[in-house]
Design a protein around this ligand. Sequence first.
Ligand code: ZN
Ligand code: ZN
Ligand code: ZN
Ligand code: ZN
Length: 258
Amino acid sequence: MIDDAIRVLAGDCTVIAEADDRSEYRGRVTTIVKPDNTVLVHDIDGYQPVAWLTRADSVSSDRAGDFTLVAKKDTQTLRIAAHEQDGFAHYPASAAGTPVGTCQNENCDGELVRSKGVHCVDCGTRYGIPTDATIKDDQSYCDCGLPRMRVERGLAFDVCLDRNCESLDEAVREAFDREWDCPESNCDGDLRILRRGGLIAGCEHYPECDTGFAMPAGVVDGECGCGLPTFETHGGTRCLDATCDRAVARHVEAASDD
Ligand SMILES: [Zn+2]
Ligand SMILES: [Zn+2]
Ligand SMILES: [Zn+2]
Ligand SMILES: [Zn+2]
């Protein structure tokens, strides 16, 4: 069920790398072709390939007679021709990531790992999660068996990895829907919690009033001079309105008091 494969070719090869200049190598090497068309030619020594092409535009191979492989990217070309082939194989491949739990799909007990999202190494099931979500070893587990992730959107929410099981949007809506007033002076609207791309706090009178703010990754720690809440984030305290400078101004004032 994992469609991605890494191709491996091993043997006595001539390797020709052409860009502005031309280098030629010959040796018993192992060539690795990744699903993103990155080609790495390894010899006996060190971690660095003798020749490589990162994310080539095209990789073509010809197995009639002696094996040849040609990778091209812009003005660069990498040619590998086997004089004697020791092995050629495809292996299933996935992203590698930090282990976070066990797959809960029926008939699967594969490891769940986190790279960009979370995926099962065995069956390939994926859960998209916010990039700032944290999944710790001591994180609680959902009734469904999946680990929960912690996501800060005004408060720290612990929700299941599977959004169909426990919804982060739902939790944030429960906590903050209509919690803040629209800061527009001629508008009496409340800010609703909505998803437009990401989670936003947007005026209920949209489209007449198009005031809306992306929910910051952080927890509410006070009120800004403008009336909106302030959030404690990795980058420091900021107003819900990213363009508001009064949160910063007030912070500097507070600091100069002591
Ligand atoms: Zn699985
Ligand atoms: Zn769950
Ligand atoms: Zn409004
Ligand atoms: Zn403000």
